[in-house]
Design a protein around this ligand. Structure first.
Ligand SMILES: [Zn+2]
Length: 534
């Protein structure tokens, strides 16, 4: 019986093919770092080919991160009329210089004749020698059998022959794909078993959610001996998406007793799920199993009454196992485990019972109620905690800002910002131009502060995202602005919320600069051998 299941993450490849989701290169690198922290075994980074410069650059940059996970490049078998060593797809896969390469090939005659426009025999040749070429270049090959289940239903003998071709080519593992997502669990389970019985190499599973069965299909495949599960976090992917790893992983670990990423990492899943939403710039699905805000929220009076007697009454798992928390909606006395864990990172000596903990949590909750979200904004979070605990006092004070934008048919947008900030009782009044109002604000703010705080010159904006928050009770819509900044050494996220997008940006910008100054001060106090603040 296999107890360790390899988690093969495709959030950056299949997940990036979801409608409404686009990642910049910086987003992809940031997500890769966090995926690594969550403990996935493989990170499929994308499809490196000359028409996809972002993915080419990703493979170059990701090497510098020295991730523990095996970064994998993804691509197809060679074209029928190319030699493997002259085929552009295979050579770019090799040039991506990853330890592992995923090659997908056709299992279904429909695709072989109508899409590849070649013969079934030739397709077997393409699979075997494409795999063999990449293996010969020293790479581990994961062979993805596209449309395996549809192909098997039409011609089991041929579908199996394609896997044997990959095995002959030297693939380490073959992965059976329910590419169109139309197979139901009972059928998938029996096809998986019949196939695995005839192979003597490891077999994995890759499912799509077109029938709402992607996670169930992944689980039944594991019960039939799958050693690898491919999927994406939050289930992002083509059409209805892929198997959601936020669901599959807890099911494997908590229910089947398998090891996938380990319990300490399972507890990070809710935080990771919310982080990914922030970067993908989409709303977090509150009804997601295990990691949705509503997954352990109890509303009915009868339920709440029973829950206070024994939490097993209306919960199938412990919410904290996936970093979630139990909520009673009537009284809204939400639990605090995630925040406690987060604060513990910065202030290890702070215990759950410390009254300061409750003060910080109350402030966090008040801000969350206003629309703040700190999962991807650890800069704002740490700043808030230090301010509330009296461990940091702001070194400058914003007094006012004003922006003016101009645009006519012949010019691109010009913006001007006028900013007043107070440092040590003195008010600095500065004006700056920019490409847009936010850029102008950023410039003016720095101009006012850099004389007093030269280290702010190192800070630059890496990324900027705006999210419109849903309105409740007829109030005006609010926007949340998320900014990522870097000083060339550290990267931090900050957040601002307002009914006005410029003000929300201003708040996030202020936090970004405050964070840099706070970090400098904390480090200086540690270097001096003072008491330090954490
Ligand atoms: Zn897929």
């Amino acid at each position: 019986m296999i107890n360790t299941i390899e988690i093969y993450d495709s959030t950056l490849r299949d997940g990036a093919q979801a409608e409404g989701i686009t990642y910049s290169l910086e987003d992809k690198l940031l997500i890769a770092r966090r995926l690594d922290e969550v403990g996935v075994r493989y990170i499929e980074g994308g499809w490196p080919n000359p028409t996809n410069p972002k993915d080419l650059a990703f493979f170059k940059e990701v090497r510098k991160l020295n991730l523990r996970a095996t970064v994998t490049a993804f691509g197809s078998t060679r074209r029928a009329d190319n030699r493997p060593d002259q085929d552009p797809t295979l050579t770019t896969l090799v040039n991506a210089e990853t330890d592992s390469v995923a090659i997908f090939g056709k299992s279904w005659a429909l695709h072989v004749t109508n899409v590849l426009k070649t013969t079934p025999e030739k397709n077997l040749e393409l699979i075997e020698d494409s795999v063999a070429y990449v293996v010969g270049e020293g790479r581990e090959v994961v062979y993805d059998a596209e449309h395996f289940f549809d192909g098997y239903k039409e011609d089991p003998g041929y579908a199996l022959a394609t896997l044997k071709a990959a095995a002959n080519g030297g693939a380490r593992i073959v992965v059976l794909c329910d590419t169109n997502g139309g197979t139901l669990p009972t059928e998938l389970s029996s096809i998986f078993q019949a196939t695995a019985d005839q192979l003597d190499l490891p077999v994995g599973i890759h499912t799509h959610n077109d029938s709402g069965m992607a996670e169930a299909n992944s689980i039944v495949a594991v019960e039939q001996g799958a050693v690898q599960v491919q999927g994406t976090f939050n289930g992002y992917g083509e059409r209805c998406g892929n198997a959601n790893l936020c669901t599959v992983i807890p099911a494997l670990e908590l229910k089947l007793g398998k090891r996938a990423i380990g319990p300490e990492n399972v507890a990070k899943l809710m935080g990771f799920s919310r982080f990914l939403c922030e970067i993908a710039n989409v709303h977090h699905d509150h009804r997601q199993p295990f990691v949705g805000e509503s997954a352990y929220a109890h509303k009915g009076g009868v339920h709440i009454d029973a829950m206070t007697k024994d939490p097993r009454c209306y919960e199938h798992e412990d919410p904290e196992a996936t970093g979630n928390e139990r909520r009673f909606l009537v009284s809204d006395q939400s639990g605090t485990s995630t925040m406690v864990a987060k604060l513990g990172k910065f202030f290890p000596e702070l215990t759950k019972k410390d009254p300061m903990m409750a003060t910080v949590l109350n402030e966090v909750k008040r801000l969350e109620h206003e629309g703040y979200q700190f999962e991807a904004a650890e800069g704002s979070f740490e700043l808030l905690a230090r301010r509330v605990m009296g461990l940091y006092t702001d070194l400058f004070k914003p007094v006012s800002f004003r922006t003016i934008s101009r645009k006519d048919d012949t010019t691109s947008e010009e913006a001007e910002a006028i900013v007043k900030v107070e440092v040590d009782g003195e008010v600095y009044h500065t004006v700056a131009d920019g490409d847009g109002p936010v850029n102008a604000l950023d410039q003016a703010l720095r101009k006012g502060l850099e004389r007093s705080f030269p280290s702010l010159r190192q800070v630059h904006l890496e990324d900027y995202k705006v999210r419109v928050l849903s309105t409740n009770d007829g109030t005006a819509a609010r926007v949340r602005v998320w900014i990522e900044s870097s000083d060339g050494r550290d990267v931090w996220g900050t957040v601002g919320v307002s009914e006005n997008v410029i003000e929300a940006s201003w708040l996030a910008l202020l936090d970004s600069l405050h964070f840099k100054l706070m970090r400098d001060a904390v480090e200086a106090s540690q270097v001096k051998g003072g008491t330090g603040t954490d």
